[in-house]
Write a protein that binds this ligand. Structure first.
Ligand code: ZN
Length: 488
């Protein structure tokens, strides 16, 4: 009898544990959403499509080397903007930002309310010569065919710029008058760092002591079939964006002839340092924003996946390990480490005195430049290796996922797209919001268009295009959003 009792206790404990796990999973269901009817709001999708088509035909290409930039298409685009949206230009205050940017201000009747800032960029990345032949339609044709508008900028980000203008135009025509001030910015240098666009607007707002309640700029999309395990489209309204840090790692060795090398050359020392860094990713995991995001999404997943997320107290380590395996989810969990450039000796038989690597980190909001540098130093742990910072910027602050801006974006998403999962998310690249972050109370990053898995590669890639239906939906979204947000 005596040896059986512990076994019985253990079985009972296991049974209780299993019951707790299952009950928690069964209770882990989608949070109740306010019922919203799809909003009836007619837009002229053919007109919107042809306007985007015309906008794409201006090759407003940003190059890192300013000397390469041809400003004629930028001027052409701005002239087109003025003739295409005359009432917006006549009824709103229009300011030029460093010649090529435009800031439209629609003053609200109640000046005590902080304004809303909506923003997009109309510059685009170049089309690589080598890939030009791979496009099914010429990249600056703006061709409308089979329900698509084709060309560079169709997703990133002329579509948002044009949809914003269409909404403003519709609202002006409808006689709308905002109670809260609306600001719409069209930027022209997002693809090369925003030094003269968003940065200047942020500085101007500060100088004028204007602090918008919230801002909206490009970010994630209504992701359809992109989030693994979630059948419904996911409106990922991103509340933060990662920072970055680029460092030079230099290993110091002995020079000389390669016929009598030391045990380790500078290249070997450097390789060892890189391997140590690769094998020890910057710590991260499901906490803070990442936890909130997966807590929203996992409620829509099949039972086996829900079971893990509903019981993070038990499966937390397993989940972290699993999510770290995919490059996409890993990037949302932690600061990522990417060695990108390498150099050593200039000649095959000369020992390198130094060997250098460049490593690019993308900083999660929980880390900062200093903490990552300390981590790198500790992990490499080799005094033959020195580290120098090339460039870096901390992650943005994390905007409120319960505040009025987020709620307005969630509401407009549901009004346009119906049954979608709305979740706060994290932008892993850099956008204009990194500048707005310090000038507004909350910065949100979201494009109100549906994006499917096979379209992810079109950003800065080939065959960039958007559906006519998506442009119509985006225009409806911005109109509903502006009407709602500017009314109270
Ligand atoms: Zn963009």
């Amino acid at each position: 009898m005596t040896f059986r009792k512990p076994l019985a206790v253990a079985s009972l404990a296991l049974l209780v544990l299993a019951a707790v796990v299952v009950v928690r999973t069964l209770l882990f269901t989608p949070k109740p959403q306010p019922h919203l009817a799809k909003a009836e709001l007619a837009v002229d999708s053919q007109r919107i499509a042809s306007h985007l088509s015309e906008a794409i035909a201006f090759a407003t290409v940003s190059y890192d080397d300013p000397a390469q930039i041809d400003r004629a298409p930028f001027q052409g685009f701005l002239a087109w903007l003025a003739t295409t949206y005359p009432k917006v230009h006549a009824n709103l205050k229009v300011e030029a930002i460093n010649h090529y940017g435009r800031l439209f201000t629609w003053p609200g009747s109640d000046p005590s309310l902080a304004p809303i800032l909506l923003s997009a960029h109309y510059d685009v990345v170049p089309v690589q010569q080598s890939s030009a032949g791979l496009w099914q339609q010429p990249p600056f044709s703006g061709l409308i065919k089979d329900g698509y508008i084709w060309g560079r900028g169709a997703l990133d980000d002329k579509s948002a710029a044009v949809a914003l203008m269409e909404s403003l135009s519709d609202l002006v025509n409808a006689g709308f008058s905002p109670r809260r001030t609306l600001m719409v910015a069209l930027n022209f240098d997002e693809e090369v760092g925003s030094e003269h666009g968003a940065k200047a607007i942020a500085a101007m707002l500060k100088a004028r002591h204007i602090e918008p309640l919230w801002s909206l700029d490009e970010g994630s999309f209504v992701l359809d079939g992109v989030v693994s395990g979630v059948a419904l489209p996911v409106a990922s309204i991103n509340v933060a964006e990662k920072g970055y840090l680029t460092i030079d790692v230099t290993a110091h060795g002995q020079g000389g002839h390669s016929s009598m090398p030391p045990h380790q050359t500078a290249v070997g020392i450097l390789a060892q340092a890189l391997v140590r860094l690769q094998n020890a990713p910057v710590p991260g995991g499901l906490d803070g924003l990442s936890a909130e995001m997966f807590d929203n999404l996992a409620r829509y997943m099949p039972f086996d996946k829900r079971l893990l997320f509903a019981n993070r107290w038990l499966f937390g380590a397993l989940l972290n390990a699993e999510l770290s395996k995919s490059a996409t989810t890993n990037a949302t969990l932690r600061t990522t480490t990417a060695p990108t450039m390498l150099s050593g000796s200039v000649k095959s038989n000369v020992l390198p005195v130094t060997a250098e690597a460049v490593i690019n980190f993308r900083l999660h909001p929980r880390d900062n430049v200093d903490s990552v540098l300390r981590y790198v130093q500790k992990t490499i742990d080799d005094d033959r290796v020195s580290i120098a910072v090339r460039d870096g910027r901390n992650a943005s602050s994390v905007s409120d996922s319960q505040g009025p801006g987020f709620l307005a974006l969630a509401k407009a998403s549901r009004e346009v797209y119906g049954d979608v999962v709305v979740t706060p998310g994290l932008t892993v690249g850099a956008t204009d919001s990194s500048y707005y972050d310090s000038a507004v109370q909350n910065a949100y990053r979201f494009n109100p268009m549906v994006l499917k898995k096979d379209e992810l590669g079109m950003f800065h890639g080939i065959n960039e295009r958007i559906t006519v239906a998506n442009m119509a939906a985006a225009t409806r979204f911005y109109s509903l959003l502006m009407k709602d947000a500017a009314s109270h």
